[in-house]
Unconditional design. Structure first.
Length: 487
């Protein structure tokens, strides 16, 4: 066993540590959520949740996600000047942040009205965004070079430090949402300043016309996709804040975060699934391509089981995470959890689309799903309250999943290739998971019967454990056998 561990390649070791790091982050946040939901009023927790949602949108506007895929491409394209490229990207994000901040400086009241946040928090948001991207670039560089130890340590320090200081600040000052947010902003700014100075010292390049042109040309076409994806995830809380108030944002935010916690499974698995899928596609053999569909369905089934466990234990987990006044939000968990399964389908299809270089379809489907989500929110939230947002989110993800399914099949037909995924099987899995989720909703007030159903599902999972382990072993085997692909 020890020999196997020693023989693990750098990419596999990195993937393991990045996954552990992600679990630690989520674990710290999960452990501290019950503390903050009890220290802060629902109004204050709602403001904190709203701040996080808007920060996700501002991040896209100020950084264009330049620390994502385009950064990996640049590391391959400019291998002799990685430091120079990193430094010039810092400058580009600083310029964009200042441009967006200028609109706030000129029209502060408009920003406050739209975001439903005080000017002090909006200013903090821009202050954080001015320096935080430096850490994002360093973080991506560490991932690219498989330097997982420093990244894991720094990420945990940031997460743990922000939460611990937040608890101390809230207790000591009774400052509400501001006391929860300010320590996080302060840490992000300090870390950002450190890495900004470090990367400028190494790169010695504030501006490069070539690098800026390359980055903007690559990422500007993807901006609608990035924005649409964030809007699909965050628009519900923004609209709830606008139509209902901060209290409802707090209720919805806790339930949404609980249901979405399972999405960590997708990000962890997809880091291995992408290169493995590309390898199978490259063979052009029908058997190997159909194998992609088998593995994808198996992983989706595992995720469905995890989600059903979360849905089944929803009332108990909600009581742990927040006071009893949040309990009405338990009805948000089933539709949002089903959205996670639909988002798994999205990634399965997107992996095939990106293999063929058909990125245009990705943006088109993302925009359509985001628009549908916004329209449905404005129709149904006034009619049924904030609980409707969970179902509108599900509708958006289903449209996204089947939109990508349509285009993936179309792309493969154009290339006379075998369809990688059996959409009918995936649909039956989604329908079955929805039926069981509905059963749990009916049983939310009948604890004993609900526990019996959960027990049966656990027995089925144990019975199928060999198939589950076998599917995960296929992905692990890919990484251990092959050299890493850095693009």
């Amino acid at each position: 066993m020890s020999k196997k561990r020693l023989s693990l390649s750098a990419p596999v070791k990195a993937a393991i540590w990045f996954t552990i790091c992600s679990f630690l982050q989520r674990g710290i946040l999960a452990i501290t959520t019950p503390i903050f939901t009890r220290l802060l009023s629902t109004q204050e927790y709602g403001i904190y949740t709203l701040y996080q949602s808007w920060f996700s949108v501002i991040t896209i506007l100020c950084t264009l996600n330049l620390s994502y895929n385009v950064f990996h491409r640049a590391m391959v394209k400019y291998p002799q000047d990685k430091d120079g490229y990193t430094a010039s990207m810092q400058s580009l994000t600083i310029v964009m942040t200042l441009v967006v901040f200028l609109t706030f400086f000129i029209f502060p009241h408009t920003w406050e009205h739209v975001m439903k946040l005080p000017a002090s928090l909006i200013f903090c948001m821009f202050l954080e965004m001015l320096f935080a991207p430096a850490f994002y670039f360093w973080q991506t560089r560490q991932r690219f070079e498989y330097k997982y130890i420093a990244l894991a340590i720094d990420t945990v320090i940031l997460t743990l430090g922000g939460t611990v200081l937040g608890v101390i600040a809230v207790i000591a000052t009774r400052g509400g949402a501001e006391a929860r947010i300010f320590p996080v902003v302060a840490l992000d700014v300090l870390f950002g300043i450190f890495f900004m100075i470090l990367q400028y010292a190494r790169g010695r390049k504030f501006y490069s016309r070539e690098y800026w042109k390359f980055a903007l040309a690559f990422n500007l076409p993807l901006l609608p996709h990035y924005l649409s994806t964030v809007i699909l995830n965050q628009a519900d809380r923004m609209i709830i804040g606008s139509l209902c108030g901060h209290n409802e944002v707090a209720y919805y935010g806790v339930a949404y975060s609980l249901a979405m916690a399972s999405s960590l499974f997708i990000s962890s698995v997809n880091s291995s699934l992408i290169p493995w899928t590309y390898k199978q596609m490259a063979t052009g053999e029908e058997k190997q391509i159909r194998r992609i569909g088998h593995v994808g369905f198996s992983l989706s089934s595992v995720l469905a089981g995890i989600l059903l466990l979360v849905i089944g234990l929803g009332p108990e987990i909600m009581l742990f995470l927040a006071p009893a006044k949040y309990q009405s939000a338990v009805w948000v968990i089933p539709p949002v959890a089903l959205s996670v399964l639909a988002s798994m389908y999205v990634w399965l299809f997107v992996n095939v689309e990106t293999y063929y270089g058909e990125n245009g379809y990705v943006a088109l489907v993302s925009i359509a799903a985001a628009v549908l989500n916004i329209v449905l929110n404005y129709i149904f939230i006034p009619l049924f309250g904030y609980l409707a947002a969970g179902w509108t989110t599900l509708a958006g993800y289903i449209l996204m999943a089947y939109g990508h399914a349509f285009f993936t099949r179309r792309i493969q037909r154009q290339r006379s290739a075998v369809s990688a995924y059996n959409v009918k099987k995936l649909t039956l899995l989604l329908i079955g998971t929805t039926v069981l989720s509905s059963l749990f909703m009916v049983l939310y007030r009948t604890t004993i019967v609900r526990y019996v159903v959960i027990g049966v599902l656990c027995i089925v999972a144990i019975w199928q454990r060999k198939a589950i382990i076998g599917t995960l072993a296929i992905l692990r085997g890919r990484n251990s056998d092959e050299p890493a692909q850095r693009d």
